[in-house]
Design a protein around this ligand. Sequence first.
Ligand code: SF4
Ligand code: SF4
Length: 174
Amino acid sequence: MKKVKVIKIDVDKCNGCRACEAICSAFHAAPKYSSTNPERSRIRVLFDPLKDIYVPVLAGEYTEAECNGRDVYTIDGKAYDECSFCRASCPSRKLFKDPDSDLPLKCDMCEEEPPLAEPLCVQWCLSDALTYEEREEEGEEEDKLGEMEVGLESLVKKHGAKTVKDALARLAKG
Ligand code: SF4
Ligand code: SF4
């Protein structure tokens, strides 16, 4: 059996306070809680006051190439920009990339030891727009890549394994 962790998003309850962005970026700062910067958050709140909507979007997988096609959503008769609700860290936009290193950001459900009762964005969402659920499903637990492996994987895909290896060797020499 594998454990599936789910954050449910109720867009109608989100008031755009951005507490989720603040706590996520603080939790992932180095050292932990030393800074807040929404651009480093693994959850971003799409904000459109004219259309009267706030949509929290959690960072998903890194993709090395942008899609050949684009999504355009229309909700309640209001059309949203291309790719607005996409979760991917993608070469075509800045969303879900570390602003300094440009490495991809991905939600890790705040995994740490000992485990938290609930992911922090859920705990800090006082409007209950984010709620957490765990369930068991048939199947094996997948090996998850850690933050560093996700970053290294993206560098290898972008520059090739040899370039990354040479750069690491140069760094190791100091
Ligand atoms: S903390 Fe909750 S209400 Fe505030 S922006 Fe995030 S999802 Fe919306
Ligand atoms: S679950 Fe944790 S890592 Fe994922 S968006 Fe929420 S605070 Fe960030």
